[in-house]
Design a protein around this ligand. Structure first.
Ligand code: PMP
Ligand code: GLN
Length: 383
């Protein structure tokens, strides 16, 4: 195999879901939702398939979905994009991220991201011949905060792109307005393009607000904003995502994307165009479910003697496993299926740099209430 894939191995998500399958453990590892999707959306997809809308859509995406994305960005965030040229539909956020880094990086370039980070960022940088430079978020023992000085210090003459992820996987952090302003300042100072992964944009709890960095002064022109239907509608298998940004940047992403997949999922795109138009009510219910699940899991982990961190958003929370006598999350996660019938993922798997808080473990709560209750009871029993 070529050098660019030689050490990639199997993703941690595949590995841990396989472990859950093999051991019959409750899978709180991979963020695979066990949550409902809107009935109308499912019916619309079935109808689109049966009515024969099954051929290639335009490579840049089904027009009605591009319009719905543009309208969504305007309605929610006051961000104005032209659906013809400033919005691109992709095969999930995953392809949007890969296409963006392929489109923006030359061999030898550097891509900044924050540690911990979603595993695709480093892999995509590498596919583009670039290198991910990770700046650790600082843990205060409960949540994670930006170290703006460390970010500024990490910029070099080769830095081209900064990848941001808010709301954040794995920590459940929502970057604050102050943190985003500091990132925006650095991006402008050094002419960086920001690629922002906002797939959890609707899944924010505790009254904190998600703010897209593209909406900050001077940022629209240098930002590609990525989101996806997977989390918002609990349809992770459909793999429909999208990018919005200035025409020049979106055209570059589209150039790469057309030779990765050309296009994807016509009936899904058609149905999602309608669903995205009325997402607010659905998202409010989903948030309520997830907030409830998060609380259940967090309280359960506490009762099991572990130390959960705060999570304001998304599908995941971290817990400190040292109270169980483990020095590191890898050993904990390796023994947990056998000991307690639960699968979780060591947070260190999300770190590029060496100084990971190795005692943290990520638990997913995008599950049925019953799954969380079962997992928690088993953890309490073996405590
Ligand atoms: N970014 C983040 C932060 C994620 O958690 C995920 C979920 N797998 C993705 C991107 C991928 O999104 P998609 O399934 O739409 O490709
Ligand atoms: N986003 C999901 C997670 O963090 C998994 C995505 C994947 O399997 N690639 O668990």
């Amino acid at each position: 195999p070529a050098a660019r894939v030689r050490d990639m191995g199997t993703s941690i998500f595949t590995e841990m879901t396989e472990l859950a399958r093999r051991t019959g453990a409750v899978n709180l590892g991979q963020g695979v939702p066990e949550l409902a999707s809107p009935d109308a959306l499912l019916k619309d997809v079935a109808e689109a398939v049966l009515s024969g809308n099954n051929q290639y859509p335009p490579a840049v995406g089904f027009p009605a979905l591009r319009e719905a994305v543009a309208e969504h960005q305007l309605r929610r965030y006051g961000l104005d994009y032209n659906p013809a040229g400033e919005v691109l539909i992709t095969t999930g956020a995953t392809e949007a991220l890969a296409s963006a880094l392929l489109a923006l990086c030359d061999p030898g370039d550097e891509v900044l991201a924050f540690d911990p980070c979603y595993d695709a960022y480093a892999a995509d940088a590498r596919l583009a011949g670039a290198r991910l430079v990770a700046v650790p978020l600082v843990s205060d023992g409960d949540g994670f905060v930006l170290d703006a000085d460390a970010l500024r210090a990490a910029v070099t003459a080769r830095t081209r792109v900064l990848v941001l992820n808010t709301p954040h996987n794995p920590t459940g952090k929502v970057f604050t307005a102050e943190e985003l302003a500091a990132i925006a300042e650095i991006a402008q100072e050094h002419s960086l393009t920001v690629v922002t992964d906002e797939v959890y944009e609707h899944l924010v709890y505790n009254g904190v607000a998600h703010l897209p960095i593209a909406s900050l002064p001077g940022m629209r022109e240098r930002t590609l904003t990525i989101s996806s239907a997977g989390k918002t509608f609990s349809v992770t298998g459909w793999k429909i995502g999208w990018v919005s940004g200035p025409a020049l940047l979106v055209a570059a992403v589209a150039a790469a994307k057309q030779f990765l997949t050309y296009a994807s999922g016509t009936p899904y795109q058609e149905a999602l165009a309608r669903a995205l138009g009325s997402v607010e009510e659905w998202a409010a219910d989903l948030r309520e479910t997830l907030r409830h699940n998060r609380n259940l899991l967090s309280e359960g982990l506490t009762r099991a003697g572990l130390r959960p961190y705060r999570a304001d958003a998304g599908y995941f929370l971290q817990a400190d496993v040292r109270p169980w006598g483990y020095a590191d999350g890898v050993t904990f996660c390796r023994e947990l299926p056998e000991r307690a019938g639960v699968v979780a993922i060591p947070t260190s798997a999300f770190y590029e740099s060496a100084d990971a808080p190795v005692w943290l473990v990520r638990f997913s709560f995008c599950k049925r209430e019953e799954s969380i209750r079962t997992a928690v009871e088993q953890l309490i029993t073996v405590r």
